[in-house]
Design a protein around this ligand. Sequence first.
Ligand code: ATP
Length: 313
Amino acid sequence: MAARRIAVIGSLNIDMITRTSRIPEAGETLTAESFDTGFGGKGANQAVASARLASNDIKVQMVGNVGNDGFGNDYFEAMEKEGIDGSRVQRVRGQKTGVSVIIVDEATGENRILFTKGANYAFEEVADGSVGKDWDLVPSNADVVVFQLEIPLPVVLHNIKAASEKGKHVIFNPAPASTVPDAAFSHIDTLIMNESESAILSGPTEDHNMPSTEELAAFFLKKGVKDTVIITLGGQGLVYVTKSGESGRVPAKKVKVVDTTAAGDTFVGAYAVARVKDGFSYNAALDFATTAAAKSVERHGAMAAIPYLSDLA
Ligand code: ATP
């Protein structure tokens, strides 16, 4: 049987992390404690999560842009090491790879982050309603296609629609939080988001009674989501509802929490792996993604914390 394929369409960034005993004042030069670089971006994180958690009969492909720079080269090497198909990652001339400069104040643990979009946003700009010639990103052989919001919204919306019309299973993780036009919901099969993303995605309301998480999840099904809505609640687990009438809460696994940075991306990548498998069941998929996400919070870092299938045994 041909391998099942997951395509992740989204961002690839380099994280540049400096740890310091305090934040320097304006005009001050301070010697930092340490410096490190890492691969990041929600798209790349989710592709890596899928690749590390997939069995041999599942292939993972990344689709997005890097710059024509050394970081871009590093990314191709990293994808190869992770077993990710990078043939649809474009190296964009005259662009830099997206970068997050992260300063960690060791005394307080607080982060300060400066994100530069770089190549992630290097798509043809067009007048409202038309489509750029470099916007068609959905691989024809993908079974499940995963989207987030760290590339331009019109490009995401165009490809969600295209993927849905080609019969792909569309997983959408609306992060960083944003609203999307109502028409998008009927092209989404699985919507996965955290609580604050769900509040923003649901749009402004004149109703002063806060809806419950269950009501919010059901609201997105009414908006047109075709299969499942999952709202993750950090250490409280998640709430889910399905079009076929299943719903419930799944508690988080009890683990020693070290760093929750990559929990959401690990969850999405793991769910995509469970979704693409034959014999999919909601319970098994939610349990697999919950177990993988819990494993990621036991470790420091973003991509470095994403577990492998063998870690879940
Ligand atoms: P992040 O932005 O930190 O990557 P997120 O806000 O998108 O994450 P969360 O709702 O925090 O997503 O977490 C996703 C899933 O990860 C949860 O549903 C849960 O299964 C798992 N998880 C998160 N935090 C914990 C925790 N403290 N203990 C165990 N599991 C956790």
